[in-house]
Each structure stands twice: as C-alpha cells, then as structure tokens.
Design a protein around this ligand. Structure first.
Ligand code: AMP
Ligand code: MG
Length: 316
C-alpha cells in the first residue's frame, strides 16, 4: 500500500528516511510519522514557529494543546515535575500509549502554544521504533498531534496522512499500519494527590486504578483543564448511527463479531483488533458511495470504552 501512488513526499521509514525526518525537524519543519497509536504530525516543541506550522497544517484551534513526545523518563523530567505517582506510571507504562498531564517546569523550554498557555504539560514516551529513532536522532522533545485535518478521522496509515494533509506537509515517513490504532490514554495527576482520566485509550482506567487507587473526577472539571476534548471529533464527514443491528439501504455498515457489515472491525469480536481497525474502517466508510454510516454495538468493557468514546464523538 505504501509509496507509489502517494507522491514523492511519502517515503519508507528506513535509516535514510529517519535521517531526513530528523534533519527537517531540527530545522523547524513538521514531519508526519508513525507511532503505535496513530500517525503524528511532529515538530520541535521548543520552537514557536515549528509549533505554529503544526496548527496551520491541521487547521487546529489554538486553544487545543499538544502532547509532547520524549525519548525517555529522564528527558520528561526536564520538562515536568514528576512525583511518586508519575514515576510509577511512567515506569510501568512507558514506552507506550499513556500520556501524563503534569505541572510544567518553569525552566522548560517549550513554546507556549504547545500547552495553550496552561501551567501543565502533556507528556508521552512512545514505543514505536520509528518515532523512537527520530526522537533519538533529534534529541528534541517533539510536539505531535494526530496527522490529519483538525476534527477529522485520525490516520493509521501513511496513505491516510497523505489524503488528509498532502500538499500541506513536506514529508510522511511510512512505517506501515499503527498497531494500537487509538490515541493514547490521557491521565492528569493533580497536586492534591487525586487523578483523572481526560481521554480513554489503549491503557484502561482499571489499569491506572490498580496502581493509583480509584479515580476522583473533579466537579465540573474544577482544577483540571481539559481543553480540546471536543464533543464532535473524529468526524467521517457523514452521519453516523450507533448501535445498529443491520444496515439501512443507504448505509455503510461497520460490523463487529457475527454482524459482518461492509467492513468488520473484528470478526471474532476482539476489542484490540477492533481498536486497531477502527479508523481504517471509518476512512473506508467515508470514501464509500453510501451517504450514511452505521456501526454495530461494541461492549463498553476494557478497550471498548475508548472505542465507544471515539464513535460517540464521530457521531456527534
Ligand atoms: P491530540 O494531540 O489530538 O491527540 O490531543 C491532545 C489532547 O491532549 C488535547 O486535546 C488535550 O485535551 C490534551 N492535552 C494536551 N495538553 C494538555 C494539558 N496541558 N492539560 C490537559 N489536557 C491536555
Ligand atoms: Mg487528533
């Protein structure tokens, strides 16, 4: 699927590709590249111009802060204040699909637009070998939202990125399909010892509670800023109907388990497989001739919570 029909700016994520990405990033140019969650549009987080170029390419509203990707815990600790809980989570889940929202260090050299002016910063150490190679080569913290136009369906392949951002960015590193397929879980750790999940993702709420004890959700989100968790997001550009038992004649059906549909998220009813295939299915549904999309019901347990969160926003 990679390469040949996508234009010259898509290249394999081999050593030469990684080297070109690193040199573009160091010079302040955004580059799209694979992570284990979705493809990201990365830029050096210390440069206001580089970060502005991300917002411009995506048409992203500036109140929506970005996740900063780091090579390891040591680099993360130069940017944010880590307490015992933050170190525990980082030790257990990094590298991986967990983002921590922590107090920003006053001497951290991070462009203000990255945090949208908040006193906190969102940090993640990713596991994907390509993203890790680029982080190692640049030795820079990289801000990287999903590599798609703001509000649209996230990309899980280089082809998705090229379709959404082609002509707006200089380079896409093609590292194949993303394994997790859903954006990272975001956990905020508050100064009073409590924690809150800001976005469900591949690492479940229960996995966090096993280590930190029960979540405490602030009343009306007091004390926690969670900008950008917009009700409408991941939009395929067509009406989407949830919990369908069958397709209407004008619907493209995303199935699950025995309800096969036009595209089955997981014939065996496996939620990890469904998460991995969700965005590819939404991209296919968006491109299909049917004017509307329907989706089978998925259980709300485990990874199902994160999948259903994305589907509800896609339907909003
Ligand atoms: P995206 O880059 O599209 O995966 O979205 C990143 C999300 O992380 C944003 O929509 C915010 O909700 C969240 N986020 C990033 N930085 C912060 C922060 N400092 N405080 C709270 N949420 C944040
Ligand atoms: Mg996004």
């Amino acid at each position: 699927m990679s390469g040949k029909h996508l234009g010259p700016h898509v290249r394999p994520a081999d050593a030469a590709g990684v080297a070109q990405a690193a040199s573009l990033l160091s010079a302040g140019t955004p580059v799209a590249l694979p992570t284990e969650t979705v493809y990201g549009l990365a830029a050096r987080a210390d440069s206001p111009e580089a970060v502005a170029a991300i917002y411009a390419a995506k048409d992203r509203p500036s109140f929506n802060p970005l996740i900063v990707h780091v090579a390891d815990l040591a680099q993360a600790e130069t940017l944010a204040q880590f307490d015992v809980r933050a170190r525990l989570l980082a030790t257990k889940f990094w590298p991986g699909a967990l983002t921590l929202v922590l107090p920003l260090k006053s001497d951290a050299r991070i462009a203000p637009a990255v945090t949208a002016g908040l006193a906190t910063i969102a940090l993640r150490c990713p596991a994907h070998p390509v993203m890790r190679a680029v982080l190692a080569a640049t030795r820079l913290p990289l801000a990287a939202p999903s590599a798609n136009r703001s509000g649209g369906v996230s990309p899980t392949s280089a082809a998705h990125v090229a379709t959404s951002l082609g002509g707006r960015i200089e380079l896409v590193l093609d590292g194949g399909e993303c394994s997790a397929g859903l954006e990272s879980t975001i956990i905020a750790l508050r100064g009073d010892g409590t924690w809150q999940q800001l976005r469900p993702g591949p690492i479940t709420r229960d996995q966090i509670a096993d280590l930190l004890g029960p979540e405490s959700v602030a009343e009306g989100n007091a004390g926690i800023e969670a900008p950008g968790q917009l009700a409408s997001h991941y939009s395929p550009g067509k009406p989407l109907r949830l919990n369908a038992r069958e397709a209407e004649p004008d619907e493209f059906l995303l199935g699950f388990g025995p309800l096969a549909g036009d595209y089955n998220l997981s014939p065996s009813g496996d939620l990890a497989e469904a998460a991995g295939r969700l965005y590819a299915g939404l991209h296919q549904a968006a491109a299909a001739p049917q004017p509307r999309i329907a989706v089978a019901a998925l259980p709300e347990t485990g990874l199902g919570a994160a999948i259903n969160d994305r589907l509800r926003r896609a339907a909003a």
